[in-house]
Design a protein around this ligand. Sequence first.
Ligand SMILES: NC(=O)c1ccc[n+]([C@@H]2O[C@H](COP(=O)([O-])OP(=O)(O)OC[C@H]3O[C@@H](n4cnc5c(N)ncnc54)[C@H](OP(=O)(O)O)[C@@H]3O)[C@@H](O)[C@H]2O)c1
Length: 266
Amino acid sequence: MAQAQRHTGKFSIVTGASTGIGLELAKNCARDGMDILVVANEPEIEQAAETLRGLGAGQVEALQADLSNEAGVDKLIAAIKGRSIEHLIANAGRGLGDSFLNQDWAAAKYVVQTNITGTLYLIHELARRMVDAGTGRILITGSIAGFMPGSYQAVYNGTKAFLDSFSYALREEIKDSGVTVTCLMPGATETEFFERADMMDTKIGQEKKMDPAEVAKQGYDAMLAGDGQVVTGWKNKMQVAMSHVMPAEQLAKQHTKEAAPGTAKH
Ligand SMILES: NC(=O)c1ccc[n+]([C@@H]2O[C@H](COP(=O)([O-])OP(=O)(O)OC[C@H]3O[C@@H](n4cnc5c(N)ncnc54)[C@H](OP(=O)(O)O)[C@@H]3O)[C@@H](O)[C@H]2O)c1
C-alpha cells in the first residue's frame, strides 16, 4: 500500500533497457514510481521488467522490438496506447570493432540503423506528441566517442557524433515548448557493449570502466534538471577537453591504441 502511494501515474519509455546503462536508467524511473515501458530486441527484456517491478515502479511493460527499423519502432509506438509521455529515454545502441574494411557490411549497417535511423524515427514520432502536450523530458544516449574519430570503431563513433550533434540541435529547436532534450555522454562503461562489439581483445575492451549505475544516475539527474548534456566522470571530461584542442589526426592515432584488435596484449 505504501508503495502504491509513491506511484506517480506518469509514464517513462526506456529503449535498450535489458542490460547496461539502459537497465540502470530504467531503475531510476522505477524508484521514482513511474509507469515504464522497457524495450529491447531480445527476450531478456522480460527479466529487466521483473527487476523494475521489485523496485517500486508503477505499471511495467516489456516489449521486444528491433529498433533498427521503422516496423520495430511502430511496435513501440503502438504499445504506448496514446498515453502521454513524461520521459523518453532513447538509449538503445550498439558498437562494432575492427577496421572499417574488415567489418561485415550488414553489421556496420545495423549499427547505423539502430543508433541513428531507429533513434531518429522514434524521436521524430514521439517528440511531436510531447511538444503538443507541452511537457516532458527527452534523454538521448550519445557518447564522448562522438568527439573523436574512432579508428577501429569508425562507424560507431560516427553515429555517436551524429547523436551528440542532433541532440543539441533538437534542444534548440524546441526550447520554448516545455520539452527538454538532454544528451548523456558516457565514456567507457562496464556493460556488455564491448563483448557485443567483438572488442574484448582491445585495450579499451579490457580496461577498468565506469559503473553503469553511476553513469545512469548522472544521466537521469541531468535529464530531470533539463540540462543540455552530461559527460560522465572527470576522466571523460578531461578526454573531451583534450579532444577540443588536439588535431583530429592525433585523436585518430590515439584511438587506434585503445581500440585496434590485439591492443589488449600490450
Ligand atoms: N558501454 C559503453 O562504454 C558506452 C559508452 C558510451 C555510450 N554508450 C551507449 O550506451 C547505450 C547503452 O549501451 P550499453 O553500454 O548499456 O550496452 P549494452 O549492455 O550492450 O546495452 C545495449 C542495449 O541496447 C539494446 N539494443 C541494441 N540494439 C538494439 C536494437 N536493434 N533494437 C532494440 N534494442 C537494441 C540491447 O538489447 P538487445 O540485447 O535486446 O539487443 C541492450 O538492451 C548505447 O547507446 C551505447 O552506444 C555505451
